[in-house]
Design a protein around this ligand. Sequence first.
Ligand code: AMP
Ligand code: MG
Length: 409
Amino acid sequence: MSLKALIPADEALEIVLKDVDPIGSQMLPLKQAANKTLSHDLISLRTQPPFDASAMDGYAVLQSDVTSLPATLNVIGESKAGTPFNQTVNQGEAVRIFTGAVVPEGADTIIIQENTNAGDGTVEVLTGTPQGKFIRKAGLDFNIGETLLNAGDTLTPYRLALAASMNHAQVPIFKQAKVAMISTGDELVMPGEATQPGQIIASNTFGIAASIENCGAQVLDLGIAGDTRDALRAKIFEAITSDADIIVTTGGASVGDHDLVLPVAQEIGFEFEIAKIAMRPGKPFLFGRFKHKGRTVYLTGLAGNPVSSLVAFNVFVKPLIQKLSGQDAQALQRVPAILGCDLPENDERAEYMRATLRISKDGKRIATPFDKQDSSMLANLVRADCLVYRAVKAPAAKAGEACEVVLIS
Ligand code: AMP
Ligand code: MG
């Protein structure tokens, strides 16, 4: 496909995700594995509970001793959690027992203490209990050898607790992608620095870095490269030698004289399949791959305009990070809504329009795009509740018609 072609966004996402495999797996201590993704199925190393356990405080007895009541039994010992009673309970006998303790040999019934009168070395049972009630049988929860968690599962708090109960101190976790970030532009200065006429604060960097971290990936911020081939080449080399899996550049991604990301990365050896997307914001988007020491380094070149770069990140880079990290690659989810104003016919680029959202009396989402949609305008991205999706060549639409939106807040 020619790099001059405007590629539809869904086709571009397929190209980005084609032949992408998870970068690998590592064993991590449970404490470090929260919210990370399992790379292999987990088999239980234990049966839980490992023994028949009492679910209540009371007395372990034989059912045949409590069929006619009241009955007085000799208390021959005690079983508490962690300290079992190691003899057999015979006819006429009872063992004092507490929640979580092993039910002793011979006993088949738990009488809760509320239904007894304790004597001196004896207990009077006033009310019986059906056999087996208040006894948690060994394996009630799960058995040794059972597969309870699967590759691809995110270790949510519940799953993490289950992995611990299965007696795994360490778990196999997909490695996190390392993402190097390079901002390009002679005009850029960092927030707080002294500015000269014509300069712009580098803002993308912060939004993109936080987005990368939200995906569970590791950020390597390589700072700002000025608009020279040497400066950019040096940063890209730094990213490659730092073992970055993905290099995210911002700015310099279109076809102006000072847009150097494509030619410089091509010189290094990156092979590009995408340069322009039929999408607004986010038309300049570069995607290339480079084989280095037997692995693939991906370069995603985002536009400089903050809204373009953040939208393109969510459409393309986030799913790439997810797939490299063993997670399901998630395309932007669109949900139905109703237009709050008229919109003109759309052109050859699909559009994501920043819009407010309100809920109508009958519970429908009403989405109203802002008048101004320039891709440099970050404040109205923050003010927006959703992005109204307009397909390529979507016909003019009236207020009240159905539309689709991506929820963003
Ligand atoms: P470019 O894609 O390099 O032509 O940049 C397009 C616009 O985005 C220009 O107005 C840049 O000044 C601006 N821009 C580029 N990089 C950044 C950045 N990191 N943060 C904020 N604005 C940027
Ligand atoms: Mg630039």
